[in-house]
Structures are given as C-alpha cells and as structure tokens.
Design a protein. Sequence first.
Length: 168
Amino acid sequence: MAIECFKIEWTKPFLFDKVLLQPEAKRGGVYALFKKGTTKAYYIGKATRFDSRLSIHRQSIFRLMSEAERKRCFVRLGLISSFEVNHMSDTVSASQLGGIENFLITRLQPIGNGDSTKRRDTAKYPMIVINTGNTFGGLQKYMSQSSELLKALGKTTTTRRKTYDPWF
C-alpha cells in the first residue's frame, strides 16, 4: 500500500489585498482565509499559483464576505513539499494538491467551503501531513486519515495548543 507524505509550511497571515505582493504568491499550494480576530480558517482553497488563483478568486471573496469583513480578511499560504523516495520535492501533482485541500477541508470544516466537500475524502492514497511554520487553530503538527498510521510512527494525534499570535 502506498502512503503519501507532505510537509506544509504555513506563512504568517497577510491582508488579502497585500498577499499578491508577497514573493510566496508566485508559488502554489493550499491557502486559508481568516476573518480578523479568529484562529479558525473561514475557507480553504488550492492553487498551482497563488497570485493567479487569488486574483480570479477575488469575486468569490466578494460573494462570501461583506465589505467590512473583506477589509479584515487575512490569508495564510501553505507551501507544500512532498517526500519523493529519498528527498523532499516542491513538485506536487494536481491530484495530490486536490487531495490535500480536501483532507484539510474535511478535518477543519471551514464555514466558507460547501457542505459537499466537507463530507468526502478524495485522497487517492493514505497521507501524512506535517504542518510547520505559522500554524493556526484546528491544525495538528502531524495529521493523517489514520490515527493508527500516526501511532505506528510514534506521533501524537492530539490537537496542538494555539500559541499567542499578534496578528489576531
């Protein structure tokens, strides 16, 4: 049985209007939208390039949030690396990216994502996700669809405590 292993390095929060100016916006991965004052993701999405997706996604943001909420909307970018046989790689296929996005949606249940995506796991293979960088509420350092897999690796399955984040 194959197991996919991914590392997600989360950036600090950026204001939605400023995120496209960041060098990380040229990369791809997953992203999480937050309303100021909350540590729970409002929406989780994926992008092969954040700058293209968030520019196009702007209309959805206008539909999902009021003007006052948009001015207080933050984005965290999740830069993904995958374990390839004997090294880490920044190359992640569209299928893998979709699986990671859906895995995070089913685990975190963000309000802004549709109910149909919150109910199904679309990953092709079991996965292990290691969260690093500026993590946020609901994320665990090590996550998997299988607690047995995490236990076999000697990793905890409990939710990590949120430390103080001056951005919120």
